[in-house]
Design a protein around this ligand. Structure first.
Ligand code: MSP
Length: 662
């Protein structure tokens, strides 16, 4: 029997336009599903829309529409976006689908019949935008939602309650016994603490509005939206119906991929509902970080949402997908700006990969009459290095894909791309071509390059699904329909294949003033780093930049594009302590914009923890996390040192945390 793999995205609220942050979740799930398919799994990939609740009812009313009419139109837009993003979902579930409603009612009824749902009165606070109940303590004196910061409403009504508290111990045990259930680890610890602080029974019905699934036996009530929405993961599989073949095949889900804001619903409410219903729990809930703007989180009220459709039209779907996957480190937040996007397109896609393909194909056309030559024996250090990397990277990238660590998977694949570019410079095929005696060597070099291009394309296919077809057209391959990971093996290119130079895969983006697609503060800088870099190059070539003063030291020069890869941010130290049994290390809790992180720094001999708390410092925000004395350090602070003196770089002016340093 074929191995199966079931992955889901959250189902999205049709209350606002989907933005590039929503696209991130869906692209990640799509990439994972495509990757697993290439690994031989029978996959099922589900997305959909979460259409009930007071928020939707109010929004529809404000637009003078019936809720169903309103959601129909928004959901049509979702489907269009997913098509444009090449999302290969197997199903799209709507919570207004009769097939879904029936399953929700049946589960509610089952849990009620066994005494785990009871009727009582709810008195407390409710955040309508988050569709979440909160206690007096959680909303504080200001009566503000602890999740989104908006005012909450006081609710007093007859409600059904689900005995969630009854399942707290079992849930905790499950989380402790299944280390992979909540990933990444930081979210797991958060949830363990949350459950340990005590679970209350959950209010699972409302009476003050009607846009929802009626409670069976008491249609005055509608079922709480999260109870309704979470059930989509099994209603879509036909659970509890005559046709439950998909449920039998794919449940429990392998991964519920969700943003970090809704991990709690998926790791507390959903598993306890499943336990009460006597059903197996999903194997994993993966909480990814957010895509943030320089100005913070995208929100309609801030007017800074980035429309993915406009971006796809301008830069192409593969480039957008590449950016989203490459820019968010595993489980952490990442930053979007159009500058960063253009940077990635020009550097990674146009310069590194696009050039590798066009140079190689052009050389095969010129030196081998357009036919892939037969290689001779590999020889020398350059061949050895290239071939051993080409054997190693597919395993390494697969390891990262398996962990949903797309940023590192792509970084690792690009190591091979860059090695191949270096191989061209090392082997200099244009010199070999001048000497007839070197014909065999030239053939080997060109074959090796083509083979790397083929392998790289197979490896990036899950992330950039329309790329293989374009590359195949240039390197003389045809069938892209059933790409498999086994094709990353060396030597599958057949000599004699006819190459054909085509359009540039990723044309460089020239940026002119005021052309940015995106809106909102801090978003559309009119002069991009790319343009600045180009100006600088020109000035250097024409000698208009003088080397003024002495070079501070002999160091490798880097391009401004390389420098722009380093994401420096202003951060505030909110807590700090010594690391036990490590006399050089301090553990700092810092805030970058809305995000909190831990970093470990070797400055304990220069600073006491108290001296650092409250300081605004500068950190490298996109450094790969590293474990120091068992603590995961998620970044690095900047400090200047001279001999025994060390000073942490701080700010004189009070800029907000999260501000970019450049
Ligand atoms: N309807 C609920 C989910 C129910 S699942 C049973 C919901 N919908 S949502 O439309 O508000 O959000 C859907 C997903 O988009 C969440 O996982 C959320 O984390 C994600 N994102 C929203 N903004 C985002 C970013 N800026 N960046 C990354 N993900 C973002 O919650």
């Amino acid at each position: 029997m074929k191995k199966t793999f079931y992955i889901t995205t959250p189902i999205y609220y049709p209350s606002a336009k989907l933005h590039i942050g929503h696209a991130l979740t869906t692209v990640m799930a799509d990439t994972m599903s495509r990757y697993k398919k290439m690994q031989g799994y029978e996959t099922y990939f589900l997305t959909g829309s979460d259409e009930h609740g007071l928020k939707i009812e109010r929004t529809a009313k404000a637009e003078g529409k019936e809720p169903k009419e309103y959601v129909d139109q928004i959901v049509a837009g979702f489907k269009q976006l997913w098509e444009k993003l090449l999302i290969s979902n197997d199903d799209f579930i709507r919570t207004t689908d009769p097939r879904h409603q029936q399953v929700v009612q049946n589960i509610f009824r089952k849990i009620y019949d066994q005494g785990d749902i009871y009727l009582s009165t709810y008195e407390g606070w409710y955040c309508t935008p988050c569709e979440t109940f909160f206690t007096e303590r959680q909303v504080g004196a200001e009566k503000i939602c602890p999740d989104c910061g908006r005012p909450v409403e006081l609710v007093k009504e007859e409600s059904y309650f689900f005995k969630m508290s009854k399942y707290a111990d079992r849930l905790l045990r499950h989380i402790e016994e299944h280390p992979d259930f909540i990933q990444p680890v930081s979210r797991r610890n958060e949830m363990i603490n949350f459950i340990k602080s005590g679970l209350e029974d959950l209010c699972v019905s409302r009476t003050t509005f009607s846009w929802g699934i009626p409670v069976p036996l008491n249609p005055k009530h509608v079922i709480y939206v999260w109870f309704d929405a979470l059930t989509n993961y099994i209603s879509a599989l036909g659970y509890g119906t005559e046709h439950d073949e998909l449920y039998q095949k794919f449940w429990p889900a392998d991964i519920h991929l969700v943003g970090k804001d809704i991990v709690r619903f998926h790791t507390v409410i959903w598993p306890t509902i499943l336990m009460a219903a006597g059903l197996p729990l999903p194997k994993q809930v993966f909480g990814h970080g957010w895509l943030l703007l320089d100005s913070g989180k995208m929100s309609k009220s801030k007017g800074n949402v980035v429309d993915p459709i406009l971006l796809i039209d301008k830069y192409g779907v593969d480039a957008i997908r590449y950016f989203l996957l490459r820019e968010i480190p595993l489980g952490m937040d990442g930053y979007y700006s159009e500058d960063n996007l253009i940077q990635r397109i020009n550097t990674d896609l146009a310069n590194d990969f696009g050039n590798l393909v066009s140079r190689t194909v052009a050389m095969i056309e010129k030196y081998c009459a357009g036919k892939v030559p037969a290689p001779e024996e590999a020889q020398g250090q350059f061949d050895q290095e290239l071939l051993s990397l080409a054997a190693k990277i597919p395993q390494e990238a697969a390891g990262y894909y398996d962990q949903m660590d797309f940023a590192n998977a792509l970084t690792s694949i690009w190591e091979l791309v860059n090695r191949a570019n270096k191989y061209i410079d090392e082997t200099m095929p244009w010199i070999l071509a001048k000497d007839e005696k070197q014909k065999g060597r030239l053939n080997t070099v060109l074959y090796n390059l083509l083979e790397v291009i083929r392998i790289v394309t197979v490896m990036i296919a899950p992330a950039m699904p329309s790329l293989p077809e374009k590359v195949w057209a240039q390197i003389g391959l045809k069938d892209v329909s059933a790409l498999s990971w086994t094709e990353t093996e060396w030597g599958k290119t057949r000599p004699g294949q006819v190459v054909c130079k085509g359009k540039s895969l990723f044309p460089r983006i020239e940026v002119k003033e005021n052309e940015a697609v995106t809106a909102g503060e801090g978003m559309s800088k009119t002069q991009t780093a790319v343009q600045k870099a180009k100006e600088q190059n020109t000035q250097e070539q024409t000698g208009t930049i003088k080397q003024s003063g002495e070079k501070p030291m002999e160091s490798t020069q880097i391009s401004i594009e390389d420098f722009a890869k380093i994401d420096l941010r202003v951060a505030e130290v909110i807590a700090c302590e010594k690391v036990e049994k490590a006399d050089k290390l301090l553990k700092l809790e810092i805030k970058i914009g809305e995000e909190k992180r831990t970093i470990v720094s070797g400055i304990a001999q220069h600073y006491t923890p108290e001296e650092l708390v409250g300081k605004k410092i500068i950190v490298v925000a996109n450094l790969q996390p590293a474990k120091l004395r068992g603590i995961v350090s998620e970044g690095m602070l900047l400090a200047a040192s001279n001999g025994d003196t060390l000073e942490v770089v701080t700010l004189e002016k009070d800029l907000p945390t999260g501000s970019k340093v450049k």
